[in-house]
Design a protein around this ligand. Structure first.
Ligand code: KG4
Ligand code: ZN
Length: 356
């Protein structure tokens, strides 16, 4: 049995998972610094880095304890190399190198976005490339084809905001706090999806996405209803901002829920339209979805609905494996290790997506 310890520190989660033979998740521990970013309405890189340093050893001990194993029983150390926040990535990488060196085990750097998709392969023994991959996270939104040996062919990506970022920004406009995705998901249950017909920028023929038009549309609508002025809600753009807008006195809970549900429906429509197009054009019937927004209940429902209609076979991991975690890093590293890949100890980080 090959036991890999995977380390993920690309943004605000310090996460370590232990995975056996690339599939069985023995443990997955996630410590988030979200509460420290909340007053700023988005991730503050310096705070994220500091918290990673403070908690990473404890997260590692917890992951080992839950997997009921010792460090000496770990066969390889995997770590997210990028993309992500540079300071945050460097802490995970330094920690991984320290473990690899002291334990004399191979070090394997993996791509964060490829890892989000690989979790789909971990969910069932029959999930293998080629398939269409849809990554929907706070920093990225992309469609690709994953070929055998994890070779990724990019079909399209967002030209402006990532979909998770648009959830976070709209939540901020509505005074729902950070991170906004889960808050919008919850509140949408109380709202009407057809209350407001927000724009859906799916018209262009390719596979690229755009969410800024939708965000601006929601902003204008909220303004029109008389809510706060000035701040467009900067969400997860990693820059400290003045505190989030409180909902204006004119907006009651039902109005906010209606806006949330209508926005969510528009965002899901955009994702669905592009994913359908990708499956049609490539002729592939399997779709694997990963990244934090794949935890969204309405998106999951719509994806399953299309499966029942016979459109595709969709693979969406359980919500805890959609958001950032260390198990996905360890899983993908197993596939790399099997192909003989090892990273040098002078491995460096990268901050922008390498998928092209
Ligand atoms: O993949 P992830 O954990 O981190 C990045 O790689 O960015 O994704 C985080 C993003 C955030 O924007 C968060 O608001 C969004 O995923 N998210 C959700 C839900 N859970 C997390 N968005 C919509 N509905 C959810 N249930
Ligand atoms: Zn992620």
């Amino acid at each position: 049995m090959v036991r890999i310890l995977g380390i993920e520190t690309s943004c605000d989660e310090t996460a370590i998972g232990i995975v056996e033979d690339g599939r069985r998740v023995a443990s997955s521990v996630v410590a988030s610094s979200q509460e420290f970013h909340r007053p700023y309405g988005g991730v503050v890189p310096e705070i994220a880095s500091r918290v990673h340093v403070e908690v990473i050893w404890g997260v590692c001990e917890e992951a080992l304890a839950r997997a009921q194993c010792q460090l000496a029983q770990i066969d390889a150390i995997a770590v997210t190399q990028g993309p992500g926040l540079p300071g945050a990535l460097l802490i995970g990488l330094a920690f991984a190198k320290g473990l690899a060196l002291s334990l004399d085990r191979p070090l394997i750097g993996v791509d964060h976005l490829a890892a989000h998709l690989y979790v789909g392969e971990m969910t069932g023994s029959d999930v293998e490339p080629p398939y269409v991959g849809l990554v929907v996270s706070g920093g990225h939104t992309l469609l690709c084809v994953v070929h055998p040996e994890q070779r990724v062919e990019l079909l399209g990506e967002t030209k402006d905001d990532a979909v998770g970022e648009s959830f976070d920004k709209v939540a901020k406009m509505l005074g729902l706090g950070y991170p906004g995705g889960p808050a919008i998901d919850r509140l949408s249950e109380e709202g009407r999806r057809d209350a407001v017909a927000f724009t859906r920028s799916t018209a262009r023929d390719g596979f690229d996405f755009s969410f800024s038009g939708l965000k601006t549309d929601v902003y204008r609508y909220v303004q029109k209803l008389g809510q706060g002025a000035g701040d467009k809600g900067q969400g997860k753009d990693h820059t400290p901002r003045p505190g989030p807008l409180a909902p204006g006195p004119q907006l009651d809970r039902q109005q906010i829920a209606d806006i949330a549900a209508s926005f969510q429906e528009a965002a899901v429509d955009i994702l669905m339209a592009k994913a359908l197009r990708a499956c049609q054009r490539t002729g592939l019937r399997r779709l694997v979805v990963g990244g934090g927004v794949a935890a969204n209940r309405r998106l999951r429902e719509r994806l399953q609905h299309e499966q029942q209609a016979g459109t595709w076979q969709v693979v969406v991991p359980e919500p805890s494996l959609c958001v950032d975690n260390g198990a996905m890093v360890a899983g993908l590293a197993f596939a790399s290790l099997r192909r003989g890949h090892r990273s040098p100890l002078n491995l460096n980080i990268y901050t922008n997506s390498q998928l092209n």
